[in-house]
Write a protein that binds this ligand. Structure first.
Ligand SMILES: Cc1cc2nc3c(=O)[nH]c(=O)nc-3n(C[C@H](O)[C@H](O)[C@H](O)COP(=O)(O)OP(=O)(O)OC[C@H]3O[C@@H](n4cnc5c(N)ncnc54)[C@H](O)[C@@H]3O)c2cc1C
Length: 379
């Protein structure tokens, strides 16, 4: 079986690797010159989201499919970290904080935690007083409810290291990696093609560019690319990963201090014309939130934006859109932490080894509905 994979981010390299391991003859196209990197924050000229991600691996799935994907992804991250010295995962619990006055958010957090626990996730709600000794790095004085996810981690030196480690394994498994090539996808009666060359299957894992890659095929996806942001500050922070649900900010330790993010701008952007720099309002608000929760008031040493992708129901688009033509996108800012599993699921589907995941079927909508971009981290 000859398969082309378009897009060499975290998802694309995983799909390509797994397809080759499953016996397929695979060619991977990536328009960037390199597959992955070992940077702690993004190279400026690289647009792919997997290089620009925060590398937070703190899943809190609320359904059975999500739970299976989350657990499998963590297993595979750990498996790779055990075998490749350039990539590591740093186990660190993740704490979600909700203010004492935010009653609606508190009940939303309780519901989300109950649902996650029903699916086997090691997460629990806590009164802030009961976790003060465990997390002395945090100021919990205004907090009304906290939830701690125990099996969580972050990627080091950065998420690009997963891509490069997986890409090397893909090459070892026989994947022919064509970097620096912008692939054009088409679909005629006899099946999918890349740059006019016929393949038995084509997987488009083009992140925020997926709609554009598919445009020549006439396929329209309910997908909106939007900007999210991250920064690094010099704060010497060594506490847990935190999601401050009041401020809409998350942060974690980082080799150069502290990495923080969200900065969702909930409007569709043109993936060929967007600002890759962090906005001033994002930097100011995020540094204020960090100071409020940790006392650190260091400035930011780097701030950037990247592309996330929204769908009408918040679930991914993962599966076949035309005979032999597959997509993998729509991660709502949580595509990195799921990539080892979503890539595997899609590879197995292409190889005919498993059925499509119905909840992620790209054809589940009635046409292309109008929808608003919803923040991926909201409760
Ligand atoms: C600031 C920020 C923080 C984030 N933090 C997290 C986090 O902590 N945890 C998490 O799980 N997720 C996070 N995300 C989301 C995460 O980055 C994405 O969901 C994930 O990286 C998507 O991976 P992907 O492989 O689908 O897409 P990408 O990594 O974007 O890969 C798509 C690739 O396709 C290539 N491409 C596009 N068109 C073509 C073409 N025609 N031919 C060849 N190649 C093409 C692009 O160059 C790109 O490399 C964050 C995102 C941002 C921007």
């Amino acid at each position: 079986m000859r398969v082309a994979v378009v897009g060499g981010g975290a998802v694309g390299v995983t799909v390509a690797h797994d397809l080759a391991q499953g016996g397929a003859d695979v060619r991977l196209y990536e328009r960037d010159e390199e597959l992955g990197d070992d940077y702690t924050h993004p190279r400026e000229r690289v647009e792919g989201s997997s290089h620009r991600a925060a590398g937070v691996l703190a899943p809190r799935p609320t359904d059975a499919v999500g739970a299976e994907i989350a657990e499998r992804a963590m297993d595979r991250f750990e498996w790779l970290a055990d075998r490749d010295h350039r990539f590591d995962v740093e186990p660190t619990p993740q704490v979600t904080l909700v203010g004492a006055d935010a009653e609606l958010k508190q009940s939303a957090l309780r519901e989300a935690v109950d649902a996650a626990r029903d699916h086997g996730v090691d997460v629990a709600c806590h009164d802030p007083d009961s976790i003060r000794d465990r997390f002395p790095e945090l100021d919990l004085s205004e907090v009304g409810l906290a939830a701690v996810t125990e099996r969580a981690a972050y990627a080091t030196p950065g998420p690009g290291a997963y891509v490069s480690a997986m890409a090397d394994r893909a090459r070892d498994a026989g994947v022919d990696c064509w970097t620096g090539v912008e692939a054009g996808v088409s679909h005629r009666g006899d099946g999918p093609r890349v740059d006019r060359e016929r393949f038995d299957a084509v997987v488009v894992a083009g992140g925020g560019w997926t709609k554009r890659v598919l445009a020549p095929t006439g396929i329209r996806l309910p997908l909106k690319p939007y900007r999210v942001q991250a920064l690094v500050s010099g704060a010497d922070y060594a506490g847990p990963m935190v999601h401050d649900a009041d401020a809409g900010v998350y942060f974690r330790p980082h080799p150069e201090g502290l990495l923080a993010g969200d900065g969702t701008v909930p409007e569709e952007v043109d993936p060929d014309d967007w600002d890759p720099r962090g906005d001033d309002w994002f930097v100011d608000d995020t540094l204020a939130a960090i100071e409020n929760r940790t006392g650190f008031d260091e400035g930011s040493t780097a701030a950037w934006a990247g592309i996330a992708t929204a769908t009408p129901d918040g679930e991914p688009l993962l599966g076949e859109v035309e005979p032999g033509l597959y997509v993998a996108t729509g991660w709502h800012g949580h595509g990195f932490l799921r990539a080892p599993a979503t890539g595997e699921v899609l590879a197995e589907q292409v190889l005919g080894e498993r059925d499509a995941v119905a909840a992620y079927d790209p054809g589940r909508f009635d046409g292309v509905p109008e929808f608003a971009v919803e923040e991926g981290m909201s409760l």
